[in-house]
Structure formats: C-alpha cells, structure tokens
Design a protein around this ligand. Structure first.
Ligand code: ADP
Ligand code: MG
Length: 151
C-alpha cells in the first residue's frame, strides 16, 4: 500500500511540473491509467499537459480541440487523453470502453473520472488517482494516490 502524496502548487507551471513527474513514471512503466478528479478550472488539463510532455507531446496538442473526447498519440508507449466533460449519457461513457485501456499497452489519462462507473475494485485499485482542489486563484491542492514517490 502506498500512501497518498499531497502537494500544494502555486502556479500552473508547478502543476504542469508535477504532471511531468507522474508522466515520467508512467512512461517508464509502459502502461497504466491515471484518473483525474476536480471541478471545472481545477487544473486537470494543465496537469495532463505536463504528463503528456514526458511523452514528448507538445502542450498545444493537448485539449486544443474542444469536441475531442478521446485522443490517441502515437508515442512510445502510446498515450491516450480522455476528457469526459462533454459526454452526457452514461451509456456513451461506457461505450468508450475506458477500462480496456488498463489491459492494453500504453498510458491513459482521464479527466472527469467522477463520471466513470467503477467496474471492479481490482481494476480500479491499479489506477493512479489524482484529485485537484482549488485553494485560491493560483494555488491548488493535489492529492495523488497510487504512487510511492515522484522524485
Ligand atoms: P480543468 O481541466 O480542471 O477544467 P484547466 O487545466 O483547463 O482546468 O484550467 C485551470 C486554470 O486554472 C487555468 O486557467 C490555469 O491557468 C489556472 N491556474 C491557476 N493556478 C493554477 C495552478 N496552481 N495549477 C493549475 N492551474 C492553475
Ligand atoms: Mg480540462
């Protein structure tokens, strides 16, 4: 059992840097899933940009097209960014087959993971959970569950 990491960031770039550290870890593992929780404007996409940069993906290529629900990047390992914000019906979320990414090669990161129905404790426990909470204009509390350390 790993304990939770709790970090306060005081700027978007600090959140991005934290995302980069998690991205580095997931890239080295070659597979895995990170579930992101937090309100609109919490900083989930900022965090994802950091994770993605560890895969060599440019920040501007993340979350730029507002209609995209699932984006696949042909990196090594492959990187998947899923944003459930605009998916309204539960059936549509199920149809995305997100939990299947757990078994496949590559790393998947999911924004608005609150909207996912959890399939089984076993699958869910293997995912890294990241919760971002708004403290004030430029500060966020970030709790990461499922990693030992990010250094
Ligand atoms: P979400 O994807 O959770 O809806 P975004 O990442 O799109 O949120 O937006 C977060 C907003 O909060 C950005 O405008 C960003 O500049 C701002 N922000 C201010 N401080 C921070 C911080 N410490 N970490 C992340 N974002 C921050
Ligand atoms: Mg977002």
């Amino acid at each position: 059992m790993s304990h939770d990491l709790r970090i306060i960031t005081n700027s978007p770039s600090e959140t991005e840097e934290l995302g980069f550290k998690l991205g580095r870890l997931l890239k080295a593992k070659g597979k895995g899933m990170a579930l992101l929780y937090g309100d609109l404007g919490a900083g989930k996409t900022v965090f994802v940009k950091g994770v993605a940069s560890a895969f060599g993906i440019a920040k501007r290529d993340i979350g730029s097209a507002s209609f995209v629900i699932a984006a696949e990047y042909e990196t090594s390992p492959p990187f998947y960014h899923i944003d459930l914000y605009r998916v309204e019906r539960e059936e549509d979320i199920e149809a995305l087959g997100i939990w299947e990414y757990m078994d496949s090669e590559g790393v998947a990161i999911v924004e608005w993971a609150e909207r996912l129905a959890v399939p089984s404790a076993e699958i869910y426990e293997d995912a890294v959970k990241v919760r971002i909470d708004h403290i004030d204009e430029n500060s966020r509390e970030i709790i990461i569950e499922g990693v030992e350390s990010l250094e």
